[in-house]
Design a protein around this ligand. Structure first.
Ligand code: FES
Length: 157
């Protein structure tokens, strides 16, 4: 995957908003930084550490503890394919293979054009629609290998 150069200049602006107490505002600083970059590049974490004097090991500890944070680039759209029992029984594996082949990624990866990140998740609570996936906040059910590629194409533009 092509690695984009990260401009760390916005970090100073973000950090300065929390200058009253960096330590207790660390999560807010990280959230705002992730909003800015779409993920938390290592160079950004180092800059946060330099500016706030919070040790980099502590920052990494927070980032890896909370699932809301990610250290890898994310796509514009998040595809979450359900891996729960009902979806499994109703053929989600074929659906998943179809998406992987179409996007040329494996689970956990982001496409080279940064359009999609593919994940599998536990039951998302709509088993009656199995097999199910989400694209961003939208649910798609009763998926087939054909319908799933049509849905992904719809989001490709
Ligand atoms: S098992 Fe897939 S939605 Fe419940």
């Amino acid at each position: 995957m092509e690695v984009k150069t990260v401009d760390i200049k916005p970090v100073a602006g973000i950090v300065s908003e929390y200058s009253d107490d960096y330590d207790s505002n660390l999560i807010a600083i990280l959230q705002q930084s992730q909003d800015e970059y779409g993920y938390l590049p290592k160079s950004v974490l180092k800059e946060i550490s330099r500016l706030t004097e919070v040790p980099l090991t502590r920052i990494f500890g927070v980032v890896t503890f909370y699932s809301q944070f990610t250290l890898i680039p994310r796509g514009k759209h998040a595809i979450k394919i359900c891996n729960g029992t009902a979806c499994h029984v109703r053929g989600v594996d074929e659906v998943k293979e179809s998406v992987k082949e179409h996007l040329n990624v494996v689970e956990g990866e982001t496409t080279a054009d940064y359009q999609f990140t593919l994940e599998t998740v536990a039951c998302i609570g709509t088993c009656f629609l199995a097999p199910v996936m989400m694209v961003d906040d939208r649910y798609f059910g009763k998926l087939t290998t054909d319908s799933v590629t049509d849905i992904v194409k719809e989001y490709s533009n």
